[in-house]
Design a protein around this ligand. Structure first.
Ligand code: CS2
Ligand code: MG
Length: 402
C-alpha cells in the first residue's frame, strides 16, 4: 500500500478544526486531528509545507518508522505545532491500519480492558450556589464525575465560567480578550465551593477542579492542602507545568491527587513528574502529544509510577481526537478518566462518529480504525475564521498565565 495524497481540511462549525486526510492507492484513507486552539494555521502550514511532500510514496503500514522520520527528521524537535502535526499523521496511519485490517483501533493496541469509559463533565456557575445546582443537574444526567468551576467575587472574568448562557468556548474570533486576575481571591474562594458541594451532594460524586496554571508552588500547596477534606478526584494544572520540579512542594504538603499535561507535547515534558511520582494523572492528549504511538509509550512509563491517564477532551479537540482517545482509553490498563465536553450539534454536521454517552460513561463502536468520518462538503459551509485564546493580566496589569 502507498500514500498517494494528503489533504488538510480547515473548517469552523462553531469553532475552528484542522483535519488531516491521508489517501492510499488502495482506496483506504485515514483521518488525524491537527487542531491547536488559536494556532490552527500554524499546524496546517507545517503539515502542508513540510510533512505532506515527504509522506507521498511511503507505506502507511510503517507507522513507527514514519513517526521517527517526522520526529528525528525535523531536527528542530518537539513543541506544540510540530508534535500536533506528527500526532495527526500518526492518528491517520493508525486509522488506515485499522481499516486495512478491518478492525477497530482498540483491537490493534491490546483489545478491550473495559467495556465502557468513565468520563467527567464540566459544571460552572456565576457563584457557588449556581455551580452547586449545575453539579446536581449533571448528576441527574448520569455523570459520576464532574469538574466544578465557579465565578469568584471581585474577579470579572474567570477561566472555565461562561458568562452568557452559551457553552464555554474560550477562543474568540477577535484579538485576544484581556482578563484580569487575582490569585488571593481565588485561593480564598475555592475551598468554600468544594465545602458546599460536599455538604449538598455528599461524598459520592467524583469532584474535579482545574486551577489552569494559575498558582505558584506555595500557593498550590496551600490550595491542595485546604481542599483535602473534600476528597477531590483531582486538582488539575495547579502550577504551570514548565517547571516540573515545582510540583515537589505541592506533593510534600497534600494528598489531593494532581493532574497535569494538557499543554505537554512529548514524554520529555513529564519524565520528572513521573519518576518522582509528582502527579497521579497525565493529561497530554493524543492530538498534541505525538499521537497514538507516542501516548502508548507515555502510558507505559506512567504505569510504572502508578500514574493513570486523564486525557484532555475540551471542545477544541475534534471528534477525530475524541474517537482516538476513547479507543485508547478502552485498551490500556492504567486508564483513569476521560474529559468529555460534548461538541456543539453543528460539529456533527461535519464529523460523523460512533461513540455515545451512556449514564456517566462513553461507549465506542466497532467500526474499523477510529470509526469517525468527515463530510468535506459540509465542512466547506463553515470557513475558517482566525480566533485567539484570551490573555490574562494581574489586577496591576502584569502579564500572567491564562
Ligand atoms: C481546559 C481547556 O478542558 C480543560 O481542562 O484546560 O478548556 C483549555 O483551556 C482549552 O482546551 C484551551 O484551548
Ligand atoms: Mg485544563
Amino acid at each position: 500500500m502507498k500514500i498517494i495524497k494528503a489533504d488538510i481540511i480547515v473548517c469552523s462549525p462553531g469553532r475552528n478544526f484542522v483535519t488531516l486526510k491521508i489517501y492510499t492507492d488502495q482506496g483506504i484513507y485515514g483521518l488525524g486531528d491537527a487542531t491547536l486552539n488559536g494556532r490552527e494555521k500554524a499546524v496546517a502550514t507545517y503539515l502542508e509545507e513540510y510533512c505532506i511532500p515527504c509522506l507521498i510514496g511511503k507505506d502507511p503500514a510503517n507507522i513507527e518508522d514514519i513517526w521517527h522520520y517526522f520526529y528525528r527528521g525535523a531536527y528542530w524537535k518537539r513543541g506544540p505545532v510540530t508534535m500536533t502535526a506528527i500526532s495527526a499523521i500518526d492518528m491517520a496511519l493508525w486509522d488506515i491500519k485499522g481499516k486495512a485490517l478491518d478492525t477497530p483501533l482498540y483491537n490493534l493496541i491490546g483489545g478491550k480492558s473495559r467495556g465502557k469509559i468513565l468520563v467527567y463533565s464540566h459544571a460552572y456557575g456565576k457563584d457557588i450556589e449556581e455551580t452547586v445546582d449545575v453539579v446536581g443537574r449533571q448528576m441527574e444526567e448520569g455523570f459520576h464525575a464532574i469538574r466544578a468551576q465557579s465565578g469568584i467575587p471581585g474577579i470579572d472574568d474567570v477561566y472555565g465560567v461562561s458568562k452568557a448562557d452559551k457553552p464555554y468556548e474560550p477562543a474568540q474570533r477577535q484579538l485576544p480578550k484581556e482578563s484580569l486576575w487575582e490569585t488571593e481571591k481565588y485561593l480564598n474562594h475555592l475551598p468554600k465551593l468544594f465545602k458546599r458541594l460536599r455538604e449538598v451532594h455528599g461524598d459520592d460524586p467524583h469532584l474535579l477542579h482545574d486551577a489552569h496554571h494559575r498558582c505558584t508552588p506555595v500557593e498550590a500547596s496551600r490550595l491542595a492542602k485546604e481542599l483535602e477534606p473534600y476528597h477531590l478526584f483531582w486538582l488539575e494544572d495547579p502550577v504551570s507545568g514548565e517547571l516540573q520540579e515545582g510540583l515537589r512542594l505541592v506533593r510534600q504538603h497534600s494528598v489531593t491527587p494532581l493532574a497535569i499535561g494538557e499543554v505537554f507535547n512529548s514524554i520529555y515534558d513529564c519524565t520528572t513528574l513521573m519518576t518522582e511520582q509528582l502527579i497521579d494523572y497525565i493529561r497530554m492528549p493524543i492530538v498534541h502529544g505525538g499521537g497514538i504511538s507516542h501516548l502508548l509509550k507515555v502510558a507505559a512509563m506512567a504505569s510504572i509510577y502508578h500514574i493513570k491517564t486523564g486525557f484532555h477532551g475540551a471542545t477544541d479537540l475534534s471528534p477525530v481526537n475524541l474517537a482516538a482517545s476513547l479507543h485508547f482509553d478502552m485498551a490500556i490498563n492504567n486508564f483513569g478518566i476521560q474529559e468529555y465536553m460534548p461538541h456543539q450539534p453543528v460539529v456533527n454536521e461535519v464529523f460523523q462518529s460512533d461513540y455515545y454517552f451512556d449514564k456517566g460513561y462513553m461507549v465506542i463502536g466497532d467500526r474499523p480504525g477510529l470509526g469517525v468520518d468527515i463530510d468535506e462538503k459540509a465542512a466547506k459551509k463553515f470557513p475558517y475564521q482566525r480566533a485567539y485564546l484570551p490573555v490574562n493580566r494581574k489586577m496591576d496589569g502584569t502579564m500572567f498565565h491564562w
